[in-house]
Design a protein around this ligand. Structure first.
Ligand code: SF4
Length: 339
């Protein structure tokens, strides 16, 4: 019997348009449509990968969910006491209380840790600020967090410069765990790390997910990073999600040409696949002046007239596999072996 899964987070038609101001009077002359109407949900205990090239809006989306930015429009629903509440409508006091349940792991472990604070101060700060622990209890909690992320108690009194990149990221993870959050936005958490350390960090995040009952929104710029940690993957292009499916389905049976191109860049030992790499022509267009119709059409090798004229509908091509492409039923796209 299939168990009923519970949504922890649901994002509906989220938009973040940053005004472009010019002149002495700071007149608004346009908008950067960083996030241009995205919708998705994440089940409790699930990992959703959010993938796209630099500038596609994925980090901005993560920041909007955490209300680091005030979005232009949309809803961010989060489960609180069994009910979904819209974070964008919560009064500041209620939002402050709920912030404990949502944390972030940053991309750069070098700049995200205050170099003047010891590891003890860095990890204990959220516990102190929220009045959760002090004295010996505080020390014990920090010690437990350090051990949970594979560091030792004697690391407590050292400063960030004394650690490698991978160890610094572990300190950042311990800090994110301190308040026992439900949701963690992992914002490219391994992009700045050596390849050899990336797998260790992802394995750690997977273990912590089980141990702490965490739900992840895992942001990355390529599909190889999210392959093993994600239950489902959403692919973003120029402010919109263009495809969303279970990981195995998306990797083996992509339905959007942009996803196919990203998959063709995933490293593989298969020599045939290497030669099939799809090189996208041109740069990502500016989100201040996106192309009409399908925003991907200037770079799409399958584009037809309709692609530059009409915005493709977001439709479910097979159960739980969503895509926005006019030609999805006609195209025979290539995936890669999953797992
Ligand atoms: Fe390519 Fe057209 Fe599909 Fe856009 S709608 S991805 S341009 S085929």
């Amino acid at each position: 019997m299939e168990t009923q899964r519970t949504k922890l987070l649901e994002v509906k038609d989220l938009k973040m348009h940053f005004p472009i101001q010019q002149g002495f009077l700071r007149k608004v002359v346009g908008y950067v449509r960083a996030v241009d109407g995205i919708s998705f949900f994440i089940y409790e205990g699930e990992t959703l990968g959010l993938v796209g090239e630099s500038g596609c809006g994925k980090t901005t989306a993560g920041r909007c969910i955490l209300r680091a930015y005030v979005p232009t429009a949309g809803e961010v629903l989060f489960r609180k006491n069994g009910e979904m509440v819209d974070l964008l409508k919560l009064p500041p006091k209620e939002m402050k209380a709920l912030r404990r349940e949502m944390q972030i792991i940053f991309q750069d472990p070098f700049s995200s840790l205050n170099p003047r604070m010891t590891v003890m101060d860095i990890i204990s700060e959220p516990l102190v600020v929220n009045g959760i622990a002090k004295g010996d209890d505080l020390k014990l909690q920090v010690r437990n967090l350090l051990e949970a992320v594979g560091l030792r108690a004697q690391h407590m009194n050292r400063y960030p410069y004394a650690f490698s990149g991978g160890q610094r990221q572990r300190i950042g993870i311990a800090r994110a765990l301190a308040l026992r959050p439900k949701l963690i936005v992992c914002d490219e958490p391994v992009s700045a790390l050596d390849v050899s350390i990336q797998a260790q960090t992802i394995n750690l995040l997977e273990d912590l997910q089980k141990d702490f009952g965490l739900t992840y929104l895992f942001i990355a710029h390529d599909l190889s990073v999210v392959e093993h940690i994600s239950d489902r993957v959403a692919v973003m292009y120029l402010g919109n999600i263009v495809e969303l499916a279970a990981s195995n389905e998306l990797y083996e049976n992509p339905r959007h040409p942009y996803t196919e191109a990203l998959l063709s860049a995933v490293p593989t030992t298969d020599p045939d696949q290497k030669s099939n790499r799809i090189v996208l022509e041109g740069d990502v267009p500016s989100p201040a002046d996106p192309p009409p119709g399908c925003k991907f059409h200037p770079r799409c090798r399958f584009a037809k007239d309709i692609c530059s004229q009409e915005v493709p509908a977001w439709s479910e091509t097979s159960p739980d596999h969503w895509v926005a492409c006019h030609l999805t039923d006609e195209l025979k796209l290539s995936g890669i072996a999953y797992g």
